[in-house]
Design a protein around this ligand. Structure first.
Ligand SMILES: Nc1ncnc2c1ncn2[C@@H]1O[C@H](COP(=O)(O)OP(=O)(O)OP(=O)(O)O)[C@@H](O)[C@H]1O
Ligand SMILES: Nc1nc2c(c(=O)[nH]1)N=C(CO)CN2
Ligand SMILES: [Mg+2]
Length: 207
């Protein structure tokens, strides 16, 4: 998605949460510096382009839906840990690192692409984790893209994975582990799930 098509949604999200665009832009610059020129977008594209893709959200329903996995597996943040616990190594993990554990480092070592998202509220996490990610790395932002830092569209880890899969030419993108009406979450997370729903409906999902 071109940034000018994403920007109206981004502006509405900034306003809804009171997040600062300048803080997101600064975080993108920090991530670019930490990445130090590493950009495995070609590998991510090869995993997704022309393939059937399954995006795994981290709703409590995920373990019961694992039998629906088909093709390339994209995990939304801590869903990666659930998948790994069931013997599934995701091809890529979309993460703003608030769900990161040493399991991510292990997955990275085994070849999983880490698609790391910078935003105004995760700079300390970027500084902690990015130097430890030794495998394939793709950097993303929700603000304007800069060299080495991509914006495929989307906001939460889960819907960003769907936007990326579409942008990189997936043949089909199915989603599992999404329960956007989950009431068992704090108010901020409820707001984020609301936006995930808005954006996924915009992409044609009936949630
Ligand atoms: N009921 C749910 N609870 C949590 N995540 C969900 C749920 N349904 C769908 N998801 C998707 O799974 C993603 C990963 O979930 P995780 O629990 O790791 O949350 P998170 O890392 O806090 O998400 P984010 O950083 O995007 O807020 C979310 O970003 C969201 O897109
Ligand atoms: N500034 C900011 N941006 C975000 C945030 C967040 O907490 N702060 N959380 C996200 C996904 O959870 C995505 N983007
Ligand atoms: Mg996260």
């Amino acid at each position: 998605m071109r940034f000018e098509d994403w920007e109206p949604h981004y502006t509405a999200i900034l306003e809804y949460f009171g997040f600062e665009r300048e803080a997101d832009e600064e975080a993108a610059r920090v991530l670019a510096e930490l990445a130090g020129g590493r950009d495995d977008i070609a590998l991510l594209e090869a995993l997704i382009g022309g393939r059937n893709v399954t995006v795994c959200g981290n709703a409590p329903s995920l373990p019961a839906e694992l039998d629906r996995i088909e093709g390339t597996v994209l995990a939304a943040d801590a869903a990666a840990e659930v998948l790994a616990g069931h013997g599934v190594r995701p091809d890529a993990v979309f993460t703003d690192l608030d769900g990161a554990t040493d399991i991510f480092i292990d997955l990275s070592r085994r070849g999983t692409v880490m698609v790391v998202h910078a935003h105004g509220d995760n700079v300390p996490l970027l500084r902690h984790w990015v130097p430890r990610i030794l495998g394939p790395l793709v950097a993303t932002t929700q603000a304007a893209p800069i060299p080495g830092v991509h914006n495929f569209g989307g906001f939460t880890d889960g819907d960003r994975a769907v936007f990326a899969a579409r942008e990189l030419g997936a043949a089909d993108v199915r989603i599992i582990g999404f329960d956007l009406a989950d009431r068992d979450v704090d108010p901020l997370k409820r707001g984020k799930l609301y936006w995930a729903g808005e954006l996924l409906r915009m992409m044609g999902y009936d949630l």
